[in-house]
Design a protein around this ligand. Sequence first.
Ligand code: HEM
Length: 458
Amino acid sequence: MNPASTATSPPAAPGALPVAGHLWQILRDPLLFFERRHTGAAARTGVVVVRVGPRPVHLVTRPDLVRQLLADPETFEQGGIYVEGLRTLAGNSVAGCPAADHQVQRPILQPAFQQRRIADYSRTTEACADALARSWRDGQRLEMVQSMHRLAAEVVTRTLFSGPGTVQAGQDIQRLFPHLLAGLHRRMLLPVAWVHRLPLPANIGFASAVSGINRIVDKEIQTYRRGGRDPGDLLSAMMRATDPRTGAALTHAELTEQVVGMLLAAVETTGSVTAWLLHNLAVHPEVEEAVLGELSIAVGDRPLRAEDLPNLPLFKRVFAEVLRLHPPFWLLSRVTTRPVELGGHRIPGGADIAFSLHCLHRAPQAFPFPHRFDPDRWLPDRVTDAQREAHLPFGAGTRQCIGEVYGRTAIPLVVATLLRHWRLRHATGREVTPLVRGTMRPSPLSMTVTRRTAAFAP
Ligand code: HEM
């Protein structure tokens, strides 16, 4: 840091208690707590220090500064309150590993996400969604969040881990997710290691879910190895890969961590965003009708393919708006590797950094009437630079989501396949609150399905 610098220490958020800091406020209503930190004079300075228990965390509240830190992974290293929790689940997998390992791991995984592969995956995705649509009965009431997570688990396991037993494994893992995400959430908002070692029911449940997921994945990998064939999917790419620094292949334990990390990153996000998309379209039937009209003109009656998506501009805007309102990763973290200046603030080395995609996406400076669902704010003649800068559902920089194209393809394919045949409406109230855990998924979403086309015979 420049010794002649005029940088100042960032302001502290008011209301911290001596040891607990802001912990009770955060635990009571995390979204409200972080939203409040994004308003007022302190937020405009761009960095404000909140106390997550005894730990001071530098919350970055301006999108330009978040982009700046994401562009500098050497200084803002993967780590901090979110990543520590993630590592208890997925060890040193690509999403949580430090930069030096990331340089090795990311190129190994990248080929499985090439455009050519995504086109192959899209046929499987459409087939899984079609089978689900055919299994529904007219007037049936379904818990849509659960249903979409189950579908996401099936799609992800069939495309990325296409071994013989992986569909069942995906379903089993998906059942453990609520325990895993709740544990991740507790570790993130109460980052005090000894608390999570106490023999409390929540800790015991989390430990058992972690060993459960590891056991399932471990068994799958062994089945793959015994099978001896190469289906050319993500898991086989990971098994073939060697570390260019040492020439060594991934060990069994490392492979297990990668698979657990990838499943968590892929299933939770796609399942939740699909459910949010269905919810928003049911609340806005006029938008839903327009999306279906666009689909019918661009695609007709044939199955939707990945190649069709660029011809669906309204659907793309709707998707952008859903990702804005409901980014699954609502809070992310980093740790500084050296003293640094950010937005005129002095931040020491080893400091905890956090930023909230949820809050950035609802900042009125970038998004007028931020809580309003308005897909047309993404029309080319309405979208602003401030809006583009603040919209970060897939992150940015070297750690930008590896599954972005996969998610951008799979989610619309699923939604289009379901909605062409069924009208989904809320069975109870239309109020759906976010369930804030390690990610942000909709709270239970009970919907009734009504058949649209007589021609569609399940
Ligand atoms: C709508 C769907 C999705 C959203 C909104 C989303 C969002 C994100 C975000 C914000 C990050 C960056 C985290 C950070 O900066 O610390 C990320 C990373 C990641 N995502 Fe996604 N994701 C989605 C779907 C997927 C899918 C489908 C996969 C896998 C098939 C996936 C795998 C990953 C992985 C492995 C990383 C870590 C990348 C790295 O550090 O190099 N995601 N995702």
